[in-house]
Design a protein around this ligand. Structure first.
Ligand code: TGC
Ligand code: FAD
Length: 389
């Protein structure tokens, strides 16, 4: 099969810096060599390719935009976005792993932790020696995390945690969980280490989507942690929501990778599949689908490029991240479904990546804020009126 060359209809390579392109091409090669050859097997067997984690660490892909003094690569946000794009070209589960580790575990430790917590955890998470997860969602509180039931109670020099988190990426394989719980009615972040008495993380089974990613429950039953494990600068729902901005940003870029590979598969297929004595790519109805796909990829790329530049400049608003997450997930899923149509029956086979990506993107459109929640976030921003309840 021809080597993946990306999709660049508007010559965006002209506006990327040389080091951003270098990062992208390095990750593209990493994915080509380490993810593509094994991902269908992992998807079939419902396992995460954990042995790629140290290699991701070596390449600086974990916590990539955090400072070098904590063992991270200190990349700018456009380079970070391109990392996410390339990882998700391989599989959304691989990008999910990196998103959670970087945006939802390392970022809160960096942003809300004290110096001791940062110095201890960040270098280990950057190399992949330690894996983390982020527990916000609960069985009864998904879109509305403010209602969470998980509680922390101070007892001498310990906090006692009780409650259940659900749908937690990396949960079962994580060495450290960033857990959000109410303490005296206010939400705070806590670090809970694997093996702590009263803490279990059973894996959730039966997924038709994100099969190459570990998804778990986190159960806390009188789980005692030292008081030092509070993230001291976390305060209120705003703290986890700030973490979500990081992950939503990565998703907006990431799904472009999934969309690109689906488009690429469909385009190649359309040139070689003969029906009615002609390549199907010569039919107007197929060309309409391809034109739709490449246009939406291009619009998503432009959105992300500008988003990244604003993030680096410190001018980015979280509602703009919502717009990009909402738009790019929606169209990536539409593109994956359209690619499946172009491939006909072959589209359902795992010889091609499109059905796996389409199934994954169903989750990606839902997690980190559903399409509807991001619609309401934008709606609130433009009207000044909240319509959540
Ligand atoms: P609300 O009153 O609107 O907000 C509370 C405070 O937070 C501020 N705020 C934000 N700040 C930073 N970033 C954001 N994105 C923010 N959104 C809101 C807000 O200004 C307010 O500040 P202040 O100073 O006034 O206190 O809170 P609400 O309870 O009404 O909720 C708003 C809503 C619905 C938008 C929020 O709850 C939400 O975003 N819900 C969606 C939940 C979600 O996205 N969950 C994701 C869980 S993690 C996950 O899915 C990981 S998947 C990982 C993977 O595998 O890749
Ligand atoms: P609900 O909130 O119950 O929503 C159900 C439906 O109702 C949706 O269509 C929603 O849009 C709609 N809806 C809800 N409220 C409104 C409203 N006000 N107006 C209009 N429509 C509304 N969470 C974590 O904390 N950490 C993780 O690592 C993590 N990883 C995940 C991995 C996977 C594979 C999946 C699928 C989820 C993960 N999640 C994680 C959870 C994810 O963030 C939630 O699933 C998501 O926030 C939606 O919550 P919910 O599934 O409970 O849906």
């Amino acid at each position: 099969m021809a080597k993946f060359r990306g999709v660049d209809y508007f010559n965006l390579d002209e506006v990327f810096e040389q080091d951003e392109i270098l990062v992208r091409d390095t990750v593209r090669e990493f994915v080509e060599d380490n993810v593509i050859p094994v991902i269908e097997k992992h998807n079939r067997e419902c396992t995460f390719p954990k042995d790629i984690v140290p290699k991701m660490g070596e390449l600086g892909l974990l916590g990539a935009s955090l400072p070098e003094e904590y063992g991270c690569a200190g990349m700018n946000n456009v380079a970070y976005g391109l990392v996410m794009q390339e990882l998700e070209r391989g599989d959304s589960g691989v990008r999910s792993f990196a998103s959670v580790q970087s945006g939802l575990v390392m970022y809160p430790i960096f942003r809300f932790g004290n110096e001791e917590q940062k110095k201890y955890w960040l270098p280990k998470l950057a190399t992949g020696e330690k894996i983390g997860c982020f527990g916000l969602t609960e069985p009864d509180f998904g879109s509305n995390p403010s209602g969470m039931k998980t509680r922390a109670q101070k007892k001498g020099d310990r906090y006692v945690l009780n409650g259940t988190k659900m749908w937690i990426t990396n949960g079962t394989i994580a060495d450290i969980a960033v857990v959000w719980a109410k303490l005296d009615g206010d939400i705070h972040g806590f670090l809970v280490e694997k093996g702590t008495k009263g803490f279990t993380a059973p894996e959730m089974k039966g997924k038709h989507s994100l099969r190459a990613s570990v998804t778990s429950e986190l159960v806390f039953e009188d789980c005692e942690i030292p008081v030092e494990n509070l993230l001291p600068k976390s305060a209120g729902l705003k703290s986890p929501l700030m973490c979500l901005n990081q992950a939503r940003y990565g998703i907006a870029w990431g799904v472009l990778g999934a969309a690109m590979t689906c488009y690429d598969s469909a385009l190649n297929y359309s040139k070689t599949r003969i029906q009615f004595d002609k390549p199907i790519g010569s039919f107007q109805l197929i060309q309409e689908k391809l034109a739709y796909m490449v246009t939406e990829i291009t619009k998503g790329q432009l959105l992300c490029w500008k988003l990244g530049r604003m993030k680096d400049a410190g001018t980015l608003r979280h509602t703009q991240v919502s717009m990009a997450k909402r738009n790019n997930c929606y169209y990536a899923l539409e593109i994956a479904r359209t690619a499946r149509e172009i491939l006909g029956a072959n589209g359902i086979l795992d010889e091609y990546p499109v059905m796996r990506h389409a199934a994954n993107l169903e989750s990606v459109k839902t997690y980190e804020g559903t399409h509807e929640i991001h619609t309401l976030i934008i709606g609130q921003d433009v009207t000044g009126l909240a319509a959540f309840t």
